[in-house]
Design a protein around this ligand. Structure first.
Ligand code: HEC
Length: 128
């Protein structure tokens, strides 16, 4: 699996600027911001910031595989039953709209791994 993802990444990188961080910016960051929100941004937020999202995902899905699979699936099939974020988040923002047609399954996997590896860790340093 890792090899396949690596090959896909290499293939994509050789053709366009589709690094995981760029993919996230293009496909997700229009709603999910990457910084901790300042007070003045709170009002205009349309979705929870990504580090908070990933913190909840990691708390609910103990292994990397489970967490990555969860994110890669949720972007296409979001439901209230599956959601691991705080109920207030769905109350405030509504359920995430399915991103079907906005990205491929391969892109969703690449983004999910990137998010797992860079956001929401309880460990040192990487808790952005
Ligand atoms: C149109 C706005 C929008 C876009 C684009 C968007 N999201 Fe979301 N997302 C939301 C909202 C709103 C929520 C909070 C409600 C919910 O959990 O469904 C959310 C929640 C989530 C959650 C938490 C799910 C849970 O368990 O509650 C994950 C994971 C997530 N988004 C990943 C992504 C990824 C990855 C992308 C890019 C491929 C993305 N989102 C693009 C609006 C968006």
């Amino acid at each position: 699996m890792k090899t396949i993802i690596l090959l896909i990444t290499l293939y994509l990188c050789s053709h366009a600027d589709t690094r995981p961080s760029t993919l996230f910016e293009q496909k997700c960051s229009i709603c999910h911001m990457q910084q901790r929100p300042h007070a003045d941004l709170m009002e205009t937020m349309v979705a929870p910031p990504i580090m908070g999202v990933m913190k909840h995902v990691k708390e609910a899905k103990p292994t990397r595989n489970e967490a990555v699979a969860f994110v890669a699936d949720y972007v296409f099939n979001p439901t209230r039953d599956k959601a691991v974020c705080q109920p207030q988040a769905i109350q405030r923002f509504g359920l995430m709209p399915s991103q079907k047609g906005n990205l491929t399954k391969e892109e969703a996997l690449i983004i999910a791994e990137y998010l797992y590896d860079n956001f929401g860790s309880r460990g040192m340093g990487r808790n952005r």
